[in-house]
Each structure stands twice: as C-alpha cells, then as structure tokens.
Ligand binder design. Structure first.
Ligand SMILES: *[C@@H]1O[C@H](CO)[C@@H](O)[C@H](O)[C@H]1NC(C)=O
Ligand SMILES: *[C@@H]1O[C@H](CO)[C@@H](O)[C@H](O)[C@H]1NC(C)=O
Ligand SMILES: *[C@@H]1O[C@H](CO)[C@@H](O)[C@H](O)[C@H]1NC(C)=O
Ligand SMILES: *[C@@H]1O[C@H](CO)[C@@H](O)[C@H](O)[C@H]1NC(C)=O
Length: 519
C-alpha cells in the first residue's frame, strides 16, 4: 500500500493546511454543531489510549511472564491471533510517543503489565520491566504529555491464576496491593492519574459469567460453549467483590503513603452503556433502572454509598458476598474520579421470567433483555447516538452526586482492512465530543476525554478483525508501519484549536471516493 499511502498522506497534509486557513468559512449550526478546544476548560485533558497487552508485544522478552490474557489468546479464542507481537510497542515506544506528540495529545492512557514488572506475580521487581516503564513515562513527560496509568487491564500474571485461581481468591487482593505499591513508589513522582481496574464490570462479567474475555471462565448453561470450568452463578459476584476490596486498599495505601508527597488521583473504570427503556411501561422503566444498577451501580454504588444496590443484593441472594462494616466504610468514598468507557446506547425490556429459575447467572439476575438498534457485534459500526453520552453524564451527576469523571474510552469501530478515510469515525467523535461539551455546560464534572484507541491494536473482543484506531498499523508489513487515518488529522486540528462544525472539510471530503479507491 506504500505508494498510494504516501500520496494520501500528502493530500491529507494539504487538506489540513486548507482547513486551518479557512476556519472563517464555516457555518454556525448551533451549540453542539460548532465548537472548539477553547470551549472546554484549559485544565480539561484530551487524549487517547491503549493497554499493555494490546500493543506491547515482546511477551516473553526481558523477563516478562505470561498473563491470563496471553493464555486466553493462546487457547485459540481469537482464531489463532494473539498479542505476541501486537504493535511491537515495546520496541517502538520512542517513535510512538513522537507520533502521540505530533498528533497533539495532551494526555496518554496506557497500562502497566503486572507480569512484566513482577514476573512471579509477587516478590522481586524485574529491572528491565521497571526500566521500560520509566523510559516510557519519561518520554511522555519530556514531550509535555500527561501519563494516565491503568494498573490492571485484564492481565493478571498467569502464575497467580495457577497458584490460587487469581481473582476468585481473596489472596489476589494482597498481591495486587504489593504490585500497585511498587507502581506508586517507582512512577508516582511523574504519574498523577491512576486507574486501579479497567472495566471492572466487564472483567467480572466477561471473564467469569459469559466466558468470552480472560480468563474465560463460565459454567453451563451460561456463557460460551468452550469456556474453562467456572461458576457463572457465583464467580462474577465474588470477583467483583475482590476487585472492590483491592481497589479500596489501593486507594487507602495511596492516600496514607503517597498522596501528601505526590498529589495524584486514584480512580476505577467501569464500562457503561446508556440504557433507554424499550417502551414507556412501568415494567420497562424499572428494568432500565435495574440494568443501570447491575452494570454501573454494582461498582459505583459501593464506592459512593458503601454497599451494592438493593436490587442487585435481592436478585443475587446469597451468591453475592457482603461487606463487613469496616470494609463498607473503607470502600465508601475511596475514589478521586470514576473512569467511564462508553460506546453505545441499548434499549431495555423487562424479562421477569429469567427470575423464575433458581439456577441463575448475573444476566438472569438482571432480568432484562437488552436490545440494540444497530448491530452490537464488532466490526459493525456503532450508531452515532451522542445524546446517550450526555444522558449518562447527567445520570452520574444526579445518581452519584456528580463525581469527577474521565471518559477513558469512546470511539468508533470499523473492520480493520486498511481504510484510512475513516469518515464514520470522524462523524462519531465530532458528535460525542460535542455532546460532552453540552454535558459540561450543564454541570457535569467530567475532567478529561480519551479516544479509544490511538492505534489499531489487539482488540479484546476479536483480536485483529476490528479496529478503533486513529492510526492504522499494517500487520503485513514487517516494520508494522503506522499510518494516520482521517480521524487522526481531524483530532489534531481540533486540538490545535480549529472550529469543529458539521460542515467540517473532513466530513465533506469531495475527493473521498477517489482517495479510498486509489488506496
Ligand atoms: C469559532 O466558534 C466560536 C464559537 O465556539 C465563535 O465564537 C468564533 O467566532 C468562531 N471562529 C471562527 C473563526 O469561525
Ligand atoms: C456455584 O457456586 C454456588 C455457591 O457456592 C453453588 O451453590 C453452586 O452449586 C455452584 N455451581 C456450579 C455449577 O458449580
Ligand atoms: C473496509 O471497511 C470500510 C468501512 O466499513 C468499508 O467501507 C470498505 O469497503 C472496506 N474495504 C475493503 C477493501 O474491504
Ligand atoms: C441538564 O441537567 C439537568 C439537571 O441535572 C437535567 O435534568 C437535564 O436533563 C440536563 N439536560 C441535558 C440536556 O443534559
């Protein structure tokens, strides 16, 4: 693809110059339809992100050991694909951070691989792993980019999974605490934003009920057919409980030992759909509240109010663990921000029949049917429904007392086929960032926004079949060359201060068809 790509890049460069030179020509279409970087507070941060297993590669290099995600990928779940090489980020970090800087990102979200830093899960620190993350962080900081670090992104060291079952055991809490202590101690002089767990709810649900994310556990009749022996009725609740205890101890540790000196912030991340009732019947309205309580309240209610939502406790019965009084006190308020990953809106229908049997999983306990107007299966694109984000932020404000929020992930998926003219992604980002501005103006306490993802990387759901990246990584090229898509240029021009409007040249590229076919 190299010749046409060079041509394309040249054209895009030209277009950028054109766009910047012609800002004055845009038609004003109203608040959401026209905005620019300066409309957001200066201290608000815009960035993009990735995670360790999804980009680093070098999985057995310099002392790193396998994580549960390596094992899951090598079990054949992704039709043979895995993160052994991924984007080779481990070796290319300097040029990647140059790209991050050139794109104009103010912050970069990435995760630390526990099994690279502490290959035995606990005990001695791997000097090479430590050096890698120090280099990485220093490189970001020297370019003026804020590092936002995820401490756990689905990748528990396999050695701990083998030893005691990983997160189904409470022993994981202690090992996690020792691991994050190393991170705070070694990197906390430069890292101010820490996220304890990425998508804590998806990790619990996908990994232990549905079985389609690491470690891939579930029990019949629930989840995927070929999952590893688990217990879909019980383990999701148990794992979530341990994650909450681990999160709270991490925050407590940070506050006692580091915060006075380092002045950073610690939060947790949850995946959040926006839920709309399928009809306006009382049943569907209640089902919608229930879906929110199960998906978001499961984690956020303990953090804000010290316990699980009543309906979750009621429907899960004795399968959900209880917090002691002390645990509850320690969990309540144990966050400086909530991280949200949001992509799309679902419609919720009451499904009371799922409560009629005693053998239930988390999904049956929720007693809802979730309906998506588009297709929810990547790589099919998401519908562009920016009001979903706005309503979600209003919900967080009203239900949970307006906590500080980071939108840690938001973005559009497409088949990973080398298309650089990703107009649907530009349309999606333009709409969602506009909705975010509306939410901020309406009092939301959101502090930052990160596009998922910076590169096309190894995706959790389907490996290399889909891509969310603003940069395409050509897997057929030994050099794994990165190519900017239209969305990268669009984001740069937004970050450089250009007015974003519906008449954006990036959305109305006359040469669009020609460009796609020449590529
Ligand atoms: C850009 O948009 C702002 C409103 O956000 C408007 O005040 C300003 O006049 C616009 N600037 C140009 C050059 O169009
Ligand atoms: C799951 O765990 C619960 C609670 O320990 C137990 O009652 C149930 O029999 C287990 N189910 C399976 C399939 O192992
Ligand atoms: C790649 O995907 C895009 C976006 O879905 C689609 O429009 C295009 O036709 C596809 N191209 C190829 C070569 O499959
Ligand atoms: C603005 O905030 C108010 C109060 O939280 C809420 O009732 C309203 O729905 C919000 N409006 C929009 C457009 O988000």
């Amino acid at each position: 693809m190299s010749n046409s790509t060079v041509y394309l890049q040249f054209l895009l460069l030209l277009l950028r110059v054109l766009v910047i030179g012609n800002v004055g020509l845009f038609i004003v279409n109203g608040v959401v339809d026209e905005y620019r970087r300066d409309d957001f507070p200066a201290e608000f941060v815009f960035g993009s992100g990735t995670s360790a297993y999804q980009v680093e590669g070098a999985v057995l290099e310099d002392g790193r050991s396998f994580s549960i995600w390596d094992t899951f990928a090598h079990s054949g779940y992704y039709d043979g694909a895995n993160g052994d090489v991924a984007c080779d980020g481990y070796h290319k970090y300097k040029e990647d951070i140059q790209l991050i800087a050139d794109t104009g990102l103010e912050a970069y979200r990435f995760s630390i691989s526990w099994s690279r830093l502490i290959p035995n899960g606990r005990g001695s620190v791997n000097v090479k792993g430590l050096q890698y993350y120090n280099n990485f962080i220093n490189e970001l900081v020297s370019h003026g980019i804020q590092p936002h670090v995820t401490l756990f992104h689905d990748d528990l060291p396999q050695i701990l999974e083998d030893e005691y079952g990983g997160w189904i055991s409470r022993k994981a809490v202690k090992d996690y605490l020792a691991y994050v202590d190393v991170c705070f101690r070694e990197f906390g002089d430069r890292v101010l934003h820490w996220t304890t767990f990425n998508e804590a709810n998806v990790f619990s649900l996908g990994g232990y009920d549905l079985g389609f994310t690491p470690p891939g556990r579930c029990s019949s009749p629930f989840g995927v057919a070929n999952c590893i022996n688990g217990n879909s009725s019980y383990e999701p609740y148990l794992v979530a409980h341990h994650l909450l205890l681990a999160h709270a101890s991490a925050v407590r540790l940070y506050r006692k030992k580091y915060q006075a000196r380092q002045h950073g912030f610690v939060g947790i991340n949850v995946f959040s759909y926006w839920f709309e009732p399928y009809t306006n019947t009382m049943e569907d309205l209640k089902a919608t509240q229930r879906a929110n309580d199960f998906y978001v309240g499961w984690f956020v209610n303990p953090l804000v109010n010290g316990d699980y939502p009543e309906i979750v406790k009621k429907n899960a019965g004795n399968r959900i663990p209880t917090f002691t009084k002390l645990e509850s006190e320690r969990i309540k308020g144990s966050f400086d921000f909530i991280g949200i990953n949001h992509y799309n809106t679902l419609h919720v229908k009451d499904n009371p029949s799922s409560l009629e049997t005693d053998t239930r999983d988390f999904i049956a306990d929720m007693a809802t049917t979730l309906i998506y107007s588009g297709s929810d299966i990547p790589p099919t694109q998401f519908l562009v429904e920016p009001l979903g984000l706005q309503k979600l932020l209003t919900y967080m404000k009203e239900e949970y007392g307006n906590p500080p929020i980071y939108i840690h992930e938001n973005g559009q998926v497409q088949p990973r086929n080398g298309t650089l003219i990703d107009t649907p992604r530009v349309e999606y980002l333009r709409a969602y960032i506009g909705a975010l501005l509306d939410a901020l103006r309406n009092g939301s306490n959101t502090r930052g926004y990160f596009v998922w993802s910076f590169f096309d990387l190894f995706e959790l759901m389907d490996g290399y079949k889909s891509g969310y990246g603003m940069y395409y990584v050509d897997l057929n090229d030994k050099e794994l060359t990165r190519y900017p898509k239209l969305s990268a240029h669009w984001y740069t021009s937004f970050l450089e201060g250009k007015n974003i409007s519906q008449d954006d040249i990036f959305l109305n590229l006359e040469a669009k068809e020609t460009l796609s076919s020449s590529h």
